[in-house]
Design a protein around this ligand. Structure first.
Ligand SMILES: Cc1cc2nc3c(=O)[nH]c(=O)nc-3n(C[C@H](O)[C@H](O)[C@H](O)COP(=O)(O)OP(=O)(O)OC[C@H]3O[C@@H](n4cnc5c(N)ncnc54)[C@H](O)[C@@H]3O)c2cc1C
Length: 304
């Protein structure tokens, strides 16, 4: 079995940055990941990544991929880690396809969308119910759709969908919309967005495919016919794969200023951690810090 200096878990902004830095330091490393790009690829318009006044999420991910591929990097895409643990001074990473060993690991596994938990959500998943407007929005051209969640992620989805869908219902459980007002204004200007506050989705209905949502709005029940429902109610960190790692009450891995976790040799970076500001630029910076932390650990730690 190959013994790596480092295994990077995830290839979103944090993991890719760690990978570029590791390649430039000529480390012997492997990237295990579900996909390349992570949540950055789900964003419609990115207007706050320095160097690009405007770039779409998928375009930015292509730039990241090209940058990483400038180097000879061993990357196993489509092979997510199922367990990471430290044993006998080594870190073991398991996937469904195999097991790998390294002296250090950087966990950059980011976040997964939160489920709503409403009746019919699983039944209509990928049959109308979706968690990614960038990926699935084009399937709903000229159709009526709902976006569940009125925060920034919800309105990011709305602003992508105004160019595609016929009508968009935004369903927000709170009495007020929480998204930035500039996004809400743009959505309203489109003339095809209805906003339902103090509203809750009770269930999804249809036949083979989604036909609508049952809602409770200010105490009254109503059915809204839609063929697509985009769930945008936040996300959960992918941290449970790391055995014995310390997390905060939100499940985010606790790291120090060098991205060290409580387990020697295991570092973490980006949205999976308790570092505030879940942003692409922050994740990239943290990926860099984690790599430099791992590199320092490898050069100074006597026990490995
Ligand atoms: C809709 C939306 C719009 C956004 N818009 C913006 C914006 O305009 N500007 C901005 O700065 N930020 C934006 N963000 C936030 C930004 O995308 C994230 O902060 C950033 O992508 C976090 O990077 P990350 O590398 O930490 O995690 P992620 O991007 O979540 O990447 C995680 C990586 O880990 C992989 N992975 C997951 N589980 C495993 C596993 N078990 N084993 C191995 N690999 C795994 C994933 O496939 C992925 O490659 C947006 C987010 C969303 C959801």
């Amino acid at each position: 079995m190959t013994m790596y200096d480092l295994i990077i878990i995830g290839a979103g902004p944090a993991g890719i940055t760690a990978g570029v830095y590791a390649a430039r330091k000529r480390m012997n490393f492997l990237i295990l990941t579900k996909d390349v790009g992570g949540q950055a690829g789900w964003s419609g318009d990115v207007e706050n990544y320095i160097g690009y006044q405007f770039i779409s999420g998928p375009e930015l991910v292509e730039k990241f991929r090209e940058h990483l591929q400038k180097f000879d990097v061993e990357i196993r895409e489509g092979e997510p880690a199922t367990l990471i643990k430290r044993e006998n001074n080594l870190i073991h990473a398991q996937t469904e396809q195999g097991s790998y060993e390294a002296r250090t690991v950087i966990v950059a596994s980011g976040r997964n969308p939160r489920k709503l938990g409403a009746e019919g959500e699983e039944q209509y998943r990928n049959r109308g119910v979706t968690y990614c407007a960038t990926c699935d929005g084009p399937l709903f051209a000229d159709k009526d759709v709902a976006v569940v969640g009125g925060g920034n992620s919800g309105f990011d989805a709305v602003l992508q969908l105004v160019k595609i869908a016929r009508h968009i219902h935004v369903v927000e459980i709170a009495p007020e919309i929480r998204a930035d007002s500039i996004m809400v204004e743009k959505a309203r200007e489109s003339g095809i967005v209805s906003i339902h506050t103090s509203s809750r989705v009770k269930s999804f209905f249809g036949d083979m495919f989604l036909k609508g949502i049952k809602m409770e709005e200010e105490g009254k029940e109503l059915d809204i016919p839609v063929e697509g429902a985009f769930i945008e109610i936040g996300s959960l960190p992918v941290s449970a794969i790391v055995k014995d790692v310390k997390t905060n009450p939100y499940g985010e891995i606790i790291v120090d200023c060098k991205c060290r976790t409580n387990i020697p040799g295991i570092f973490a970076a980006g949205d999976v951690t308790d570092v505030p500001a879940k942003q692409i630029i922050v994740a990239c910076g943290e990926g860099c810090k984690a790599l430099l932390g791992a590199f320092e650990y490898l050069s100074t730690e006597k026990s490995v």
